[in-house]
Design a protein around this ligand. Sequence first.
Ligand SMILES: Nc1ncnc2c1ncn2[C@@H]1O[C@H](COP(=O)(O)OP(=O)(O)O)[C@@H](O)[C@H]1O
Ligand SMILES: [Mg+2]
Length: 339
Amino acid sequence: MQSAEPLLQVTGLKVHFPIHAGLLGRQAGTVKAVDGVDFQVHAGETLGLVGESGCGKSTTGLAVLRMHALTDGQVRFNGEDISSPDRASLKRLRRTMQMIYQDPFGSLNPRMRVLDIVGEPLRVHRLTRGRAAYRKRVMELLERVGLKAEMAERYPHEFSGGQRQRIGIARALAADPKLLICDEPVSALDVSIQAQVINLLEDLQKELGLTYLFIAHDLAVVRHLCQRIVVMYLGRIVEVADRESLYRNPSHPYTRALLAAIPIADPDPEVQARFDPSLHGEVPSPINPPPGCPFHPRCPHAAPVCQQQRPRTMELAPGHTVACHLHDPEQAEAMARPQ
Ligand SMILES: Nc1ncnc2c1ncn2[C@@H]1O[C@H](COP(=O)(O)OP(=O)(O)O)[C@@H](O)[C@H]1O
Ligand SMILES: [Mg+2]
């Protein structure tokens, strides 16, 4: 059962970055990295946030953690509006929400021992008293993520990619968070190691009652892990559904193309026929996003209306929404017109 208020509620979120040019640094444009995004994460669930590189996933995660200023919109966490927190609430937030980063090589300070990397949140938030308690807690955390307590004395370069990601997870757990934002935590790892880290995240979720916002660039990993999935394209959400509906009835042409790009264990030809051919080209620049539907330049179904009008978000079934003119009854005629 899900509680009435979601643990995390994001409404109308925009994160724009100014681009400066020339000697005087005049503002030459704006990167609309996140451009009006709404979603919720319920306590205890894993919500997948999926889209190709450059779609605004990391920016969304960093904005939720309040490591980016919000250009517009609201973030509520645990019943509290955290859109413009003061210093004290920001510090409290940094305890209850943690991020696991994509790059297990770049995200750990190479000059610090694992003891101090994992223990940093304990020091910042003054969570242990005295050196012995501190060491004991770090060692517990290392064991919890499948590492050995004596590894605390070593430096990051002495570990493999999978082990480093475990160190990053131990550090994220140190301050007893409620929400973990996992930003492509296995993308940089060997395939053989990916499953181990995913299993660890699943075990930790069960043991500690954690909630995950799990970011990925394809639909392969999230299929196994997430109860609900948000598909993002060029700073906007194009489809939201629970796992079953998304894989059985993918409705946005972008979702279908993402599905076509992954190996499917499901050979049902009827299901396969719903996937569009693989994606061509790249995500356009969020500095000059295409007008109308941002996906129209790459969409096999694009009609003239798609170049002109931004699609409304339609609810196809409870909890399954899609922003595409193909699913808008008011656009049925326009979409049927030959191009
Ligand atoms: N600090 C920043 N300043 C300017 N542009 C940024 C910044 N961070 C991200 N971007 C741009 O915003 C867009 C979305 O980036 P990002 O959120 O990292 O996407 P994703 O995580 O989906 O790959 C990209 O075009 C990226 O270049
Ligand atoms: Mg990213």
